[in-house]
Design a protein around this ligand. Structure first.
Ligand code: ADP
Ligand code: MG
Length: 246
């Protein structure tokens, strides 16, 4: 498998006037092409910090990030859809900001919208979409940039439980079918196991890597994965790793 991202000894210290917060102490891992990776860890341990550094919106303090010339895109939350733009124009906004929307780009996006049950909504506005549909639009908007690696930060945390299950299934299916590499941050162990090939468990802050699990389940459908015999074993191991009282 091809390496698409290598992170070595990543460290991040936030400085303010009086205090220093060590968010990341020492984080190293490798991501291979086509992998779906989840990063789980206690609240405030530094998960979002990793994604901000990877997306270049935050400077690291030290360490190496080797992207092998791959393109990264951050999936924003669905509430970042613009209410006055159609679904299609929302999906094209990233490309517009970069100053280029070719006919090919447009067709690519229209195809994605058609393939993922949004064909009837191409010229509708976000207020006519359900929460789950909005999240699919947010994902297609990110795919429009043709990234090699997608970053997702708690993509279902604003949704109710039922919708969150559906959206997890949709995200997993779309990312696998489009053969993208993904790094998702979540506090939800069930979600991580049901969607990922590999799970990186972080310690509490300052974050280091507590453990890495390769998830070997036979289905790629999150809802079916939950029924598999080994699912609970993974859950219990990760839950133990996350033990906040240790
Ligand atoms: P997580 O996503 O795992 O909940 P974050 O990466 O958001 O955690 O934050 C990790 C730690 O860094 C937290 O203790 C948080 O308070 C601190 N932190 C985050 N952003 C800043 C900032 N801009 N300035 C100072 N401290 C920050
Ligand atoms: Mg966070």
């Amino acid at each position: 498998m091809n390496k698409v991202l290598e992170i070595k000894n990543l460290k991040k210290i936030y400085h303010s006037k009086e205090t220093e917060t060590i968010a990341l102490k020492d984080i190293s891992f490798t991501v291979y092409e086509g992998e779906f990776i989840s990063i789980v860890g206690p609240s405030g341990c530094g998960k979002s910090t990793i994604l901000s550094i990877l997306s270049n919106t935050l400077d690291k303090s030290s360490g190496d990030i080797d992207l092998n010339n791959k393109k990264i895109a951050y999936m924003l939350q669905n509430d970042c859809l613009l209410s006055y733009l159609t679904v299609l124009d929302n999906c094209l906004i990233g490309l517009k900001i970069q100053g280029k929307v070719t006919e090919e780009d447009k067709n690519y996006v229209i195809n994605l919208l058609n393939n993922y049950a949004l064909g009837d909504f191409i010229n509708k506005y976000p207020n006519s979409l359900s929460g789950g549909m909005k999240q699919r639009v947010a994902l297609i908007r990110t795919l429009a940039l043709k990234p090699d690696i997608l970053l997702l930060d708690e993509p279902t945390s604003a949704l109710d439980y039922q919708t969150s299950l559906t959206v997890s299934k949709d995200i997993s299916k779309i990312i696998r079918q489009e053969k993208k590499t993904a790094i998702m941050v979540t506090h939800d162990i069930n979600q991580a196991i049901s969607m990922s090939d590999k799970i990186i468990v972080l310690t509490k802050r300052p974050a280091t890597i507590k453990s890495i699990y390769n998830i070997n389940l036979s289905s790629n459908n999150p809802l079916d994965r939950k029924k598999e015999k080994d699912f609970n074993d993974y859950y219990e191991k990760i839950w133990k790793d996350l033990d906040i009282y240790e």
